[in-house]
Structures are given as C-alpha cells and as structure tokens.
Design a protein around this ligand. Structure first.
Ligand code: 523
Length: 131
C-alpha cells in the first residue's frame, strides 16, 4: 500500500511565513503547522493545496515549488510541502485552526511546531524571501 499524501503550504507574504495553530484533533491541538490537508482522489498535490488553503484559510494561493523530500506523519500518511504565494485574501482560521501568525525572518522558532513539520519548516525558512 502506498502512503496517503498530505500536502502543506509554506505560504509567504512580504517576506513572512504563515504558521497555523491546530484546534483539532485533541492530540494535535495547540501545536503549529504549515496549513494543508489530504490529497483527494483525482487531485494533484498543487490542486489539493490550493483547495485546502481556500477552505481552511479563505485565501487564494499559488503553489511555487515543491520542497524536495517527504516526511512521515501518522502511520500510512506522508507530508509533501510546497512553497506558495498569497494571491488574494487575508488568511483567517476558518477550519481546523484557532490562531494564525505571520513569522518574519528569525521568528520561526517562536511557535511550538508539530515535530513532523520541523524538517519542512527548516527548509521553508531557508527559502523564505528575505529570510
Ligand atoms: N498534518 C501534519 N502536519 C501538517 C498537516 C497539514 C497535516 O502533521 N502540516 C497531519 C495532521 C493529520 C493529517 O496530517 O494527522 C491530516 O491532516 P488534516 O487533518 O489537516 O487533513 P484534512 O484537512 O484533509 O483532514 P479531514 O478534514 O479530516 O479530511
């Protein structure tokens, strides 16, 4: 069986990286992540990312490039991460999150990231415009 892919976005705007605090499930609540979700059958990773960011944050985003690599999540799931640019809208925690924060250069260590997001966050920070 191949693993189910979860996509997440390293969303940048004006040199800052978007972090989202999960409100569910209980074991993940309060921890910060790169926002995203599961790829649905028939979708590409980019399509899933655009959909998830629209549903969860109410924004239109443009995927830029896939950050090479994949990272294990819970059994049967792997994380793929794309850098993305905010095209329109102001992100709001509409689903799954209860707080959002824009992290400027040097601020990525100021939130309590989910362990499984840390390698991708490190790569995202390396690619952060102006970071
Ligand atoms: N993660 C994770 N990091 C991360 C994301 C986007 C997701 O560790 N950056 C985990 C959390 C869940 C699983 O991946 O265990 C699925 O993510 P979720 O719940 O955001 O996916 P959705 O939104 O597709 O979930 P459903 O609405 O439940 O289908």
């Amino acid at each position: 069986m191949t693993d189910r892919v979860v996509v997440a976005g390293a969303v940048y705007d004006r040199g800052r990286l978007l972090a989202a605090r999960r409100s569910s499930p209980p074991e993940l609540a309060g921890r910060w992540e790169l926002p995203g979700g599961k790829v649905e059958p028939g979708e590409s990773g980019e399509q899933a990312l655009v959909r998830e960011l629209r549903e969860e944050l109410g924004v239109e985003a443009e995927p830029l490039e896939r950050i090479p690599g994949e990272w294990p999540l819970k059994p049967g799931y792997v994380l793929h991460v794309w850098t993305a640019r905010l095209v329109s809208g102001v992100p709001a925690p509409l689903q799954d999150h209860d707080e959002l924060r824009w992290l400027g250069p040097g601020e990525s260590g100021t939130v309590d990231w989910l362990e499984q997001d840390l390698p991708a966050v490190a790569e995202a920070v390396r690619r952060q415009p102006g970071g």
